[in-house]
Design a protein around this ligand. Structure first.
Ligand code: SAM
Length: 424
């Protein structure tokens, strides 16, 4: 299988898992067998664990409040949610995944929990590319059952990228499946439906790639977990995808009998620890993303038309049906346009579908924030992109020029146009 095709196949497989989800029974059986406690599972959204892991990096890693954590191949978000509870509101937990559907699922889970960028971000990107993360900005990199899925060039790339983004002294805790020995080709063939075992490399090869990237003292610990849990749990829940099967057909051995297949004979789940040396020079950066909106796709519609406060006032008094959207968050208050809906900019992109359903009947949708310089035009742009990509032409999208500041300059005293203005 060529590398691009492998990336595409893996993407499709996990996107399909993200759409269908896993049964709670399967996901819990797999998670418990790889070391997640009942308390951990009870503390996170059910939809965030899909039985796709091969370990539990969050149980051994020590995370302190305020730290930055990066999860490679974050899936439904299980390890990000557990890490987020340790690093708290002052920290930053960022999950990367190439599957748009997985990222959507994880963002929805986060939004339901009231978590949003910059504190908790999920970003769509391939680990085989340059990561959208600033150099020397991450305290701890985690990953659970993902590196094995990368093609050879992707494995080399990701360790180089992890080294780049870690702060000097930053650490790496990976759970991954490694091959116990060189697999004969017919066994690799048997394993090919198990993407995470078919792509597994041996300890010395993995260590070689880490060293190449600059991690000189890695530690490999065989968790001794029983990989046949994937077979047993799938046996119980016939339609459930596994970490290794990832939505593919039910696997069999070359003899045709899946009972012959003992995953433990060929592979094992390892926890791998490494540290970027302290003495590496580089400017330490405390913000892995330049801005919170870098967690979302760049806006294509950067030229959404503006309307003036006078035009909006006329529309409110006697115009077509409109929806006015205030996208401020904690700074929402101190007066807003009469009747406006408040939608926090940081979660706006995640909820575009439901937002559209709510405003689709309006003739014009008008966005604003404090000065309509950043959040207002950004959300308007995302909404316009959403309309453009789905071939919908209505409603019209506009930005209120000058935001709430200019609006209040003109209409703060007008109770029909302004709500919640704190008169002295
Ligand atoms: C086995 S699942 C593990 C998910 C998650 N870590 C967990 O424990 O539930 C692998 C995840 O890695 C993602 N993935 C696989 N290859 C990737 C790549 N090249 N770049 C980014 N993400 C990738 C998949 O989309 C999937 O969500």
């Amino acid at each position: 299988m060529d590398d691009t095709f492998l990336l595409k196949t893996v993407n499709e497989a996990y996107s399909s898992v993200a759409k269908t989800g896993a049964t709670a029974g399967y996901a819990t059986a797999v998670a418990r067998s790889f070391g997640y406690t009942v308390e951990q599972l009870d503390s996170i959204p059910l939809e965030s664990h899909l039985g796709l892991g091969c370990g539990n990096p969050t149980v051994t890693v020590t995370l302190k409040p305020g730290e930055t954590v990066l999860d490679l191949g974050s899936g439904g978000g299980i390890d990000i949610f557990l890490a987020a509870s340790k690093i708290g509101a002052d920290g930053q937990a960022i999950g990367l995944d190439m599957s748009a559907e997985m990222v959507q699922r994880a963002r929805r889970n986060a939004t339901r929990r009231g978590l949003s960028p910059p504190n908790v971000c999920f970003i769509e990107c391939s680990l085989a590319d340059v990561l959208p993360i600033r150099s020397n900005s991450i305290d701890c990199v985690l990953s659970n059952c993902v590196i094995n899925l990368l093609p050879p060039f992707g494995k080399t790339n990701i360790f180089g990228e992890v080294y780049r983004v870690l702060k000097p002294g930053g650490r790496l805790v990976l759970d991954d499946i490694l091959a116990k020995e060189q697999m004969p080709s017919h066994i690799r063939e048997d394993m090919k439906q198990y993407s995470c075992i078919g792509g597994a490399i041996q300890v010395h090869e993995y260590d070689g790639l880490l060293k190449l990237a600059g991690f000189n003292d890695s530690l490999f610990v065989d968790s001794r977990a029983d990989l046949n849990i994937y077979l047993m749990a799938a046996e119980l829940e016939s339609n459930t995808p596994s970490c290794c099967g990832a939505g593919s057909e039910r696997p069999t051995s070359s003899s045709g009998d899946r009972k012959d297949l003992d995953l433990n004979q060929w592979a094992a789940s390892y926890q791998i620890y490494a540290r970027k040396p302290d003495e590496v020079h580089g400017i330490i950066c405390d913000t892995p993303l330049e801005q919170w909106w870098d967690a979302f796709p760049a806006v294509r519609a950067t030229d959404v038309a503006r309307i003036s406060p006078v035009e909006l006032a006329a529309m409110l008094r006697d115009g077509p049906s409109i929806a006015v959207i205030d996208v401020r968050a904690e700074d929402h208050g101190g007066g807003h346009v009469e009747g406006s809906l408040n939608r926090k900019a940081q979660t706006f992109h995640t909820l575009l579908e439901s937002f559209h359903a709510q405003v689709v009947g309006a003739h014009t949708v008008i966005f604003y924030c404090s000065g309509s310089m950043e959040r207002g035009p950004r959300c308007a742009g995302w909404y316009q992109d959403f309309l453009d990509s789905s071939g919908r032409s209505a409603p019209n999208v506009r930005v209120l020029d000058g935001g709430i500041r200019r609006w209040l300059d003109a209409y703060s005293e007008d109770a029909e146009l302004t709500e919640g203005y704190p008169h002295a």
